[in-house]
Write a protein that binds this ligand. Structure first.
Ligand code: AMP
Ligand code: FE
Ligand code: FE
Ligand code: ZN
Length: 279
């Protein structure tokens, strides 16, 4: 039996509502699904209500964009209740940081000759965590580009002409705050950090000392050989090999909940091992 520990809904930049995401996961036959929207837990309540109607467990989670010595890392945090708490209380600040940054990106796009407004962007966002994918949607609507990913090539990507930085937690603060909130952390899609095995391993080791629980070895966009290698590194370091699809609905076409691009399998044991790491 399988799980999916990395899924987005319209609470952030996915295109399916939280209850739809849960229905799709249940229809696929998953035993558990972690909803991991960017910087928000606002979809958890609806997802949990939906999960009660199916034989599926809903793990409340969030995906954070963090900094580790100048390196950008995405950190998944699990077992976080949508109630006040050490990490939960920081999420609102992070979303305010997003709003400031989104405004600056729109200004930058206007300077570059793309006439869109913040209202145009917000029409594409259903939740409280608004980001570059929604700006991309507004650019698509204006006819400037063809799809979300095209917007990241020259404009919104980290090397793009309209890219603007935003405030991030450090990786160590994210791990510490998650632990204080009763949760556990896993490094999302490690290959986006570096493709160099030694660099990755040294980052995993640094963060393991801070309390990191896992690394996302079974990621839909990792080649199969890389998934196997990362799972071996996790085992070697005493970390959990977690996994997920990073489903975003039509925001990432041809990528399904549970099976990713068709060959993803995240075993139930990944979730059980994570559960055992809870503080
Ligand atoms: P933000 O949260 O505003 O920093 O935007 C980052 C989000 O943009 C990621 O979580 C992805 O969902 C999306 N994204 C990043 N790169 C791309 C890309 N090349 N094509 C499509 N979506 C992307
Ligand atoms: Fe996203
Ligand atoms: Fe991510
Ligand atoms: Zn994600």
């Amino acid at each position: 039996m399988a799980v999916d520990l990395h899924v987005h809904s319209s609470a952030s930049d996915g295109t399916d509502a939280p209850d739809v995401v849960v229905a799709k996961a249940a229809a696929f036959g998953l035993t558990a699904l972690a909803l991991t929207d960017h910087d928000t837990l606002s979809g958890i309540h609806e997802a949990r209500e939906a999960a009660a109607r199916y034989p599926i467990e809903l793990i409340p989670g969030v995906e954070l964009s963090v900094d580790h010595a100048g390196v950008k890392i995405h950190m998944l945090a699990y077992f976080l209740e949508p109630t006040p708490g050490p990490l939960q209380d920081r999420l609102e600040e992070l979303r305010t940081g997003r709003a400031i940054r989104n405004n600056r990106i729109v200004e930058r796009l206007n300077e570059l000759g793309y006439p869109l407004t913040m209202e145009d962007v917000l029409r594409h966002a259903a939740g409280d965590a608004v980001g570059r994918p929604h700006i991309a949607d507004a650019l698509v609507e204006s006819g400037a580009i063809g799809d979300r990913s095209e917007a990241f090539v020259d404009l919104l990507g980290d090397a793009g002409s309209a890219y603007v930085e935003r405030d991030r937690l450090t990786a160590i603060d994210a791990i510490t705050l998650t632990t204080e909130s009763g949760g556990v952390t896993s490094i999302a899609h490690p290959l986006t950090i570096s493709t160099d095995a030694a660099t990755l391993r040294s980052i995993f080791e640094d963060l393991r000392y801070a309390g990191l629980a896992g690394i996302e070895a079974h990621y839909s966009e990792h080649p199969l050989a890389i998934r196997t290698q990362l799972a071996a590194v996790a085992a070697d370091l005493g970390l959990v090999a977690t996994g997920g699809s990073d489903y975003h609905g039509s925001g990432k076409p041809d990528l399904q909940i549970g099976s990713g691009r068709g060959d993803l399998v995240v075993p139930d044991s990944a979730l059980e091992e994570l559960r055992r790491r809870r503080p």
